[in-house]
Write a protein that binds this ligand. Sequence first.
Ligand code: NAD
Ligand code: UFG
Length: 375
Amino acid sequence: MANKELNKKPEELTILLPGGAGYIGSHTAVELLDRGYKVVIVDNLSNSSKVAIDRIRQITGANDEQLVFIEADILDRPAMDKVFTNYSVDAIIMFAGLKAVGESTQKPLEYYWNNVGGALTLFDVAREHGCKNVIFSSSATVYGEEAQVPFTEELERGKTTNPYGETKAMLERILTDFYLADDEWSVVLLRYFNPIGAHESGLIGEDPKGIPNNLLPYVAQVATGKLKELGVFGNDYPTPDGTGVRDFIHVVDLAVGHVKALEWMAGKIGTGEPIGRGSYQGPVSEDGTRHGVGVFNLGTGKGTSVLEVVAAFEKACGHKIPYAIKDRRPGDIAVCYAACDKARDELGWVAQYDIARMCEDTWRWQSGNPNGYEG
Ligand code: NAD
Ligand code: UFG
């Protein structure tokens, strides 16, 4: 069956967001709705809340036709079939997945089953319904621990260090193989660096269940007094202050990156030149829709250390963040930041927000919602 063409007005396109109730998906839904796209969110709420959907409506004013929410598991094939039967999905932005690196080493079967098995179930149903347009949430983790900064899309995928990272590498390969076997597939692999921050309204943000694994949610909960002190994992890395350096990117910038990827797929922007190793330029539909595989980093290109983050957050919240230096966390690399020129040149996308703004927005969300969406 032929693939859906995308070079239409946003109002004429329906975008499916599996995992769209989550942190990055909810912010992307807002950016899509603000531009007139119709959005269908499918989420099993395993790591999110239905309140996020109400908040997306509150921010965007979207009605029930513009934004549809379906509580379902992507592994549930009949439920997915129903989604594609009831809604004419033009493209998928695939966020659904489990994402805790440490937990993935304890529960590899659950991670491969959910992330890979779930994605395969969904893509098979999508294909049956003639939708072969996929934007996939990949991660800088696919570059592996040996890669030298800045990470460019020209680098080969490296050796992953945990099952979570491996599901990202596998799905990049799987989606590429789909295209190589059938050139109607249109795939964009977006390699996120470290998303933080929240929507400026303070209504949606990151709401991890239990004790946070990641730096920003942890710092934010220390700032509200929910947690006592931050453990800084190592101060003997070969970095200016000895602490780990990451490319933190505002989640709203990241969300806009997805809209750009969709416009690129539709042939509305960019040249369609193959982007880096593992990318392919395929046939272009009559309407301009591009087929192939595009690979883009989404980061700022700037590294910020753990202690610099702490200082920026102290400024945002107006008081000290207690911290203690701890041992290095196994599996962490010293420095990670992106080369962003491909996304700039081809998608016309450049991150707008700096670390100060990222911390201010995180603080607005966290202080307004100290217990996340649960009140
Ligand atoms: P998140 O946990 O907030 O969102 C993922 C959503 O998927 C959740 O709402 C969860 O309930 C849902 N989900 C999980 N399994 C499902 C299933 N079987 N069926 C239906 N829904 C399911 O995470 P996020 O930070 O928004 O990340 C979104 C995507 O981006 C994930 O694939 C993640 O691996 C990837 N990513 C995230 C980061 C990061 O640092 N946040 C970095 C790189 C890549
Ligand atoms: N850190 C601390 N204390 C904490 C939490 C983190 O010092 O309590 C440090 C880490 O050691 C690291 C930095 O803060 O130096 C960032 O750690 P995060 O856990 O916030 O993020 P990571 O870079 O380890 O992981 C992120 C995503 C993963 C993804 C990975 C590689 O969460 O999904 O980037 O792209 F796989």
